[in-house]
Design a protein around this ligand. Structure first.
Ligand code: BTN
Length: 239
């Protein structure tokens, strides 16, 4: 992978989007200071200091959109979980692609696609990882959050973590593009903390409540509501 470092930027995803034609496949844009990070559902991603990771992977697998690309966030999520495990923590996946440890968020992924004149110019997988943060800063976030240094009691070397993560990402990437979600299904389910629990899922402007029953072979979430109606969700966010 090519690493592209920016000292300060508003958002690595926004930068990647704006420069998509100048960035080659498998480039990673990362910054020490992200001043206006964005999250899913119009949320913002707080800047917690330069010892954390703010980065975007640019991928250009083909010129047309394929179904498997929408599972890439789940692929990155499993890779992130495996990397956290190397540090001795127990990560839990919150569908589709949040990672929590001890019920607190430790990383988030924001995927975006750039399509111009019907041609896929690139996919952007933005990720933020709380590696080294102070408790006081985390308390200012409007949801329970933690960081790897707090979970392990050790200072985490950012460059080493990023290297481990990107190496893992590359290892299975081509196979994943070929075979799809089924390749990682077991690894994903093994860490899914929401299965067989009652959950609320936000899908655009609706909220669907029910028991999370299953993750399908293509990464969708199967939910059974109180009326016993089955919902198969390909997009959404567990609230
Ligand atoms: C979420 O959990 O809602 C997703 C958060 C994604 C944050 C990362 S930080 C690097 C990249 N640039 C952004 O503006 N957002 C992503």
């Amino acid at each position: 992978m090519n690493l592209f470092y920016l000292e300060e930027i508003d958002s690595t995803n926004k930068y990647a989007k704006e420069h998509i034609n100048d960035l080659s496949d498998k480039t990673v844009v990362y910054t020490y200071r992200q001043t206006n990070g964005r999250g899913r559902l119009e949320r913002k991603w707080s800047y917690l200091g330069e010892d954390n990771i703010y980065a975007s992977i640019i991928l250009k697998p083909s010129e047309e959109m394929k179904e498997v690309y929408s599972n890439l966030t789940q692929y990155l999520c499993v890779i992130l979980a495996q990397t956290f495990e190397e540090y001795g923590v127990i990560p839990k996946i919150k569908w589709p692609n949040d990672i929590q440890t001890n019920s607190k968020k430790i990383s988030g992924i924001l995927a975006e696609g750039v399509i111009e004149h019907g041609k896929l110019e690139g996919l952007i997988l933005g990720f933020g990882i709380n590696l080294n943060t102070k408790k006081e800063l985390l308390e200012q976030i409007n949801q329970p959050a933690t960081s790897l240094n707090i979970e392990t009691g050790k200072i985490i070397d950012k460059e080493i973590f990023l290297k481990k993560l990107l190496e893992r990402f590359c290892l299975m990437y081509d196979k994943f593009i070929e075979e799809g979600f089924i390749l990682i299904k077991n690894e994903y389910i093994r860490r899914a903390g929401f299965l067989n629990k009652e959950i609320n899922v936000k899908v655009f402007d609706n909220t669907i409540s029910g028991i999370a029953k299953e993750i399908t072979d293509n990464g969708a979430l199967k939910l059974i509501d109180k009326q016993n109606k089955e919902h198969v969700l390909l997009i959404g966010d567990i609230l």
